[in-house]
Design a protein around this ligand. Structure first.
Ligand SMILES: *Cc1c(COP(=O)(O)O)cnc(C)c1O
Length: 412
């Protein structure tokens, strides 16, 4: 795919950089982004070629920043797009779909996509140690992918993460380092370490490669809808990267003739306890005020200084979307309604997406007659603890038919 991936380019000033482990512009500190020769991709690509590719995210390889064939995460992606008719009815919208990354491979979140690209690139650039700053899911994915590809890994996380997310890293025999303090401090420490050791930090010095992996979620949505852009897409935000990259996928698909151009809206979703992007959007400004002390059960989204927040706001505004937030109670209600209507058990981030979608529909930002896709990004078993006091208790009985009969509701 050498001939398609051009270079890294500063999003602010457009200066170009070689395809190495760079992530910020030396002149204005703007983030670097992978760029491609769309003219060449357009000549090469077709719906048919993609459809006859591997049943994984790698069917979109021409749009990913590698020089050779992928070597990490060959089974990741192509998760189901579910036509959610029962949830559609509950939320009062005509045509609703769930992009279900709760069953992504290998670690049950959308992060498997970004890590596949970052580690494939790290191997190409001959890095032997891989690492990340993580709110949990990224650590799980990095540890799993590193284990299966024989790379040494270190993951750095806030020390107070959910037990399932800590164990979900430890099991792969990665080194897990818990940092006292919120994610922003973890991230800052990682930048310092990356300056000192020659490690591939997937979301620091490898961020331009990592971030492109998120596009595959967008491409898959288009293909699974029969090569159409949905009217509305709702995406939960931590750093805001996923949201900007789903939009990038839609635009690339238009440029390369895979879908017809049409108006579409991209909506952002955050937890009220850590809502720097939504708060700035609602105030009508581009200036993001950091949240110093995130306080939400949606820990995977708890980034107080979102690296791509500014670009997420631009994307939401340009497409005519809206940015919403929900409190912890609404997150739990979101998790429950998704499970009860569609049989999909999402983590707290999924509760944020569903809860915000409900509000967006109620307030008319998403008209009831439209086609909507919700991006469900992580698995509920990893954050099951939050539901402990919010579900019916189990009924315990003696093993007799008399006891059983007593608890059965005969009206059913
Ligand atoms: C990381 C993460 C996101 C969003 O990540 P961005 O930093 O905005 O790209 C969404 N959902 C889950 C479950 C995550 O782990």
């Amino acid at each position: 795919m050498k001939e398609f991936f051009d270079c890294l380019k500063c999003k602010e000033c457009g200066r170009t950089y070689p395809k190495e482990a760079f992530h910020v512009c030396e002149f204005d500190f703007g983030p670097l982004e992978a760029t491609y020769n769309y003219h060449k991709i357009k000549k090469y690509i077709s719906r048919h070629l993609i459809e006859s590719g591997p049943h994984s995210m790698w069917r979109y390889e021409p749009f990913l920043p590698l020089e050779g064939s992928p070597t990490v995460g060959l089974h990741t992606g192509m998760t189901p797009l579910i036509h959610a008719q029962r949830l559609a009815k509950a939320l009062g919208v005509k045509d609703l779909y769930l992009k279900n990354d709760t069953v992504n491979i290998p670690s049950l979140s959308f992060k498997d996509r970004v890590v596949s690209v970052a580690l494939s690139r790290a191997k190409e650039l001959d890095f032997h140690v891989v690492s990340c700053a993580s709110t949990g899911n990224l650590a799980n994915s990095l540890a799993a992918h590193a284990a299966s590809s024989g790379l040494k890994s270190y993951v750095l996380i806030p020390a107070d993460l959910e037990l399932a997310k800590v164990i979900g890293s430890l099991v792969y025999n990665t080194k897990v380092i818990g940092i006292r303090g919120p994610y922003d401090k973890v991230n800052r420490l990682c930048s310092e370490i990356a300056g000192k050791y020659r490690w591939a930090f997937v979301n620091v010095n490898f961020r331009p490669y990592y971030a492109e992996g998120s596009k595959t979620m967008g491409f898959e949505i288009l293909e699974q809808l029969g090569w159409k852009i949905p009217d509305h897409t709702v995406i939960c935000m931590a750093s805001g990267s996923l949201l900007t990259k789903i939009d990038k996928a839609y635009r690339e698909a238009i440029i390369c003739g895979l879908v017809e151009e049409k108006p579409y809206a991209i909506h952002g979703a955050q937890a009220l306890g850590c809502n720097p992007i939504t708060a700035a959007f609602k105030k009508g400004t581009d200036l993001i005020r950091p949240v110093a002390h995130p306080n939400t059960i949606a820990k995977s989204l708890a980034i107080g200084t979102p690296a791509d927040g500014y670009y997420a706001i631009q994307t939401i505004r340009r497409t005519g979307g809206f940015s919403e937030d929900v409190d912890d109670h609404e997150i739990i209600e979101g998790i429950k309604i998704l499970a009860e209507t569609e049989g999909v058990f999402a983590e707290t981030a999924g509760g944020v997406t569903v809860g915000c979608a409900k509000k967006l529909i109620e307030k008319g930002h998403i008209p009831s007659t439209s086609q909507v896709v919700l991006c469900i990004t992580g698995n509920g078993l990893k954050t099951a603890d939050v539901l402990k006091d919010h579900l019916q208790p189990i009924e315990v009985i003696d093993p007799t038919i008399q006891d059983f009969d007593k608890i059965i509701d005969f009206e059913n």
